[in-house]
Design a protein around this ligand. Sequence first.
Ligand code: PGA
Length: 254
Amino acid sequence: MKRYLIAGNWKMVGSKASVETLLSALKKGVASLPSSPCEWAVFPPAIFLPLTQNLLQGSSIVWGAQNCADQKEGAFTGEIAASMLLEYGCQYVILGHSERRHLYGEKNALIAARFKNALSAGLKPILCVGETLAERESQQSWSVVEEQLAAVAAMLDNPADFERIVVAYEPVWAIGTGKVAEPEMVQIMHAEIRGFLRTLHPETASKVRILYGGSVKPENAHSLLALPDVDGALVGGASLKAEQFLEIGKQCNP
Ligand code: PGA
């Protein structure tokens, strides 16, 4: 049985007032479901994490951050340590999102160092991987994703960590563009990712949750979430509207 994760990446959008409105609608929506088909998680901008913690305390929705530092503490202006995120109740942290990779130049080695810190602090890292359109068109999709995965492989020596780590396959050309990857293409990539994980720990590879991300909407969620190796979704734009986010999660079919 799948342990679905439906994750809402709010990116740099929102205000105190909109966070309150959105979380109140999500709490109400999730609480009204007869049985929750999935785990729900939200990723607000870091400055709203204390507010999120106050508002979600006692609800079944969990939360996380959109990035964390590659260092434990010290003179690293602008960074937030994994231990600080834990103080505000974060369970998860998104790492290596394509906007971090492509707009802010984060490379595999830096993302791997962030991943190592998150994991050792006790957070559940969501490692984002995915190819650009040019890389897909030149048949390099798998080699790019494999390199992104290989960068963290050295940190995955404990098979039990496979219950905690999450991989999100997000083809860069599908993020925020309305172009969703075809289900067949998604399943092929997810199966390849699973195969890579199997080479590390054959006995626990099936426990890693592999999410799809990139223009997930209520209209396409069902066909994506039903794929054998898709264990949930990382949702951007549609996670800012409570009814759309809820509708996506309702399409998880255990
Ligand atoms: P999108 O974003 O759903 O708006 O395409 C996904 C993401 O960036 O995680």
